[in-house]
Write a protein that binds this ligand. Sequence first.
Ligand SMILES: C[S@@+](CC[C@H](N)C(=O)[O-])C[C@H]1O[C@@H](n2cnc3c(N)ncnc32)[C@H](O)[C@@H]1O
Length: 210
Amino acid sequence: MDKTTEFINSMICKQKFGDEKMEIYAKEHYVPIVRKDTANLLRILVSAVKPKNILEIGTAIGYSGKIMLQAYKLAHLTTLEIDYDRLQLAKSNLSRFHKRIDFHLCDAGDYLLNCDKKFDFVFLDGAKAQYLSYLPSIMNVLNDGAMFVADNVLQDGMTAGEVPTKHKLESTIDRMHKFLDMICKSKNLQTTILPIGDGVSISIFNSNIS
Ligand SMILES: C[S@@+](CC[C@H](N)C(=O)[O-])C[C@H]1O[C@@H](n2cnc3c(N)ncnc32)[C@H](O)[C@@H]1O
């Protein structure tokens, strides 16, 4: 972690949101969850956008889901997870929010292909190699003006070539380039990429531009 990130984390850690238990569990059990600075960004984005309907791709144990539900009290969360045990744990961790959540034990790709709902905010944090293949379906579930946020787009420096790509991740990095290229070129999306956490892309969907 560089000094600037360390400094930012030391500052944002001063705000306590009661997420520490889940953070410790995730660390001890090697469950990947959003990094501290990304969690903080997500909280700010949801507070500002005030989305009624949020779609999260990749629930894990419910850490980022809790952050988003806390950030806007009227938000409803639809969250997708392929791992049974993780989803069970998420249900338990988010028990006090149950009325505001639809949990789906599913393959996100299948869910997206058959989804007939629209969302005001989509948080993509599932399998990184699938971001590109999910993109057309995600575009179909965005309401006009919706925010689309994707985590881990910089892949620990490998996407930008700052760090050599590990052999087993070559295909993932190649697809991540194509994903970023598409969201940046799309006429229906206004996109920025921030070097926060492991890299976050933020896009706003506008259906009227073709
Ligand atoms: C990075 S974790 C999500 C972390 C969570 N958003 C958080 O920050 O608290 C990614 C999750 O996506 C799930 N996942 C991977 N492939 C999936 C798929 N095809 N469909 C649904 N979930 C999937 C994994 O099991 C994992 O729990």
